[in-house]
Design a protein. Structure first.
Lengths: 190, 164
């Protein structure tokens, strides 16, 4: 097995117009970007659209990209900014209302059953629990939510999170303390 | 250090963001303090519960869609600013041409369809007479023609003529 080419190097190739390098980058990071958006925004259809926008921006910014930080931190920062913009736009509100109405159908339609599929009751319970967690996350302020997602699901260090959110390390620590405290109440953990 | 100071650092301890010495100090404290241990266990349960949120998988056609978006505008004849500039003029020019054509067509149709001697808002000059003018002035009389009073006066005048 050959050594994996670092994403920063792939970006340099993308800047020269190498489409296969871009494909490798997309395949490598699409799941993490998609799930980051999904956890932040709370719906999967929008996550897919926004993830495409993130990679579109990566393609467009390839020539001006300078590897000052890790590629993942850079792409997460793009993702965070896009999510914030999307939230601010009125389009999001309409979209959200529409999807909230169709949420049950959407989840059932999109879900693939694993090979050793659990019982329908278990699946239903798991979905219900997943939705509760998602709703609890949606109730957090944006920076707290993003800090928590980056720590919990991507296991980034405080320093990396601080770079992505554009704040200090102590601010990240404080965001996470408050986020965890709020989630304790929302998820009824006593 | 008091429990309160420890509890402030529990979150960072859970995230392994403390210095090794501090991390060890808190671990020792947790072994001996029930209250702080309970706090820490709650944090752990929050962390565990967050893991129950489902993970989604990218669509198999994600990259193809993306390439479509990147190449789309170029292949579909995407235009530069210079190419777009003449289009800015297109709409006002078309509207102006349509307006002029509309006015010309309206004038032409007006001349064809409407007779030159047809003046709907002017009195008919051929039937205009001095008598008609005097008749119209009778409207200011005490009993103008066509009214009940005028009819009554005419009836009484007729009876008087007959009695004579």
């Amino acid at each position: 097995m050959g050594k994996e080419i670092p994403s920063e190097e792939l970006m340099a190739r993308v800047a020269e117009g190498d489409e296969s390098a871009f494909e490798t980058l997309v395949v490598r990071h699409q799941a993490s970007v998609l799930n980051l958006i999904y956890r932040f925004m709370g719906d999967r259809t929008q996550a897919n659209d926004l993830a495409q926008e993130v990679f579109l921006k990566v393609w467009q910014a390839a020539k001006s990209y300078e590897p000052k930080a890790k590629f993942s931190a850079w792409i997460y920062r793009i993702t965070f900014n896009l999510c914030l913009n999307e939230r601010k736009s009125s389009r999001y509100k309409k979209w959200r209302q529409f999807l909230r109405f169709n949420k049950d159908h959407e989840i059932q339609a999109d879900e693939d059953l694993p090979a050793s599929s659990p019982s329908p009751e278990d699946l239903l319970l798991a979905r219900e629990r997943s939705r509760e967690v998602s709703d609890a996350l949606q109730g957090l302020p944006e920076k707290q939510r993003m800090a928590l997602i980056l720590k919990r699901y991507d296991n980034l260090s405080y320093q990396e999170i601080a770079q992505i959110l554009g704040c200090s390390i102590s601010a990240v620590e404080s965001l996470l303390v408050r986020a965890k405290r709020t989630l304790q109440e929302k998820l009824k953990i006593f | 250090m008091k429990c309160r100071s420890f509890q402030k650092k529990l979150s960072a301890c859970q995230d392994s963001e403390l210095k090794p010495g501090e991390q060890e100090e808190i671990s020792r404290h947790l072994r001996s303090c029930l209250s702080c241990r309970e706090q820490y266990e709650k944090l752990e349960r929050v962390w565990q519960t967050l893991g129950e949120m489902e993970e989604i998988r990218p669509d198999p056609w994600f990259y193809r869609q993306l390439v479509g978006k990147i190449k789309g505008p170029r292949e579909q004849g995407g235009r530069s600013a210079v190419e777009w500039f003449p289009q800015l003029w297109r709409a006002p020019v078309i509207v102006s041409i349509l307006l002029v054509l509309g006015i010309l067509a309206g004038t032409y149709l007006g001349n064809i369809l409407v007779r030159s001697d047809f003046h709907p808002f002017q009195p008919d000059r051929t039937s205009y007479s001095r008598e008609a003018l005097f008749d119209s002035l009778k409207a200011f009389e005490p009993a103008p023609p066509g009214t009940l009073a005028h009819g009554y006066l005419q009836m009484t005048a007729y009876r008087e003529d007959e009695s004579r």
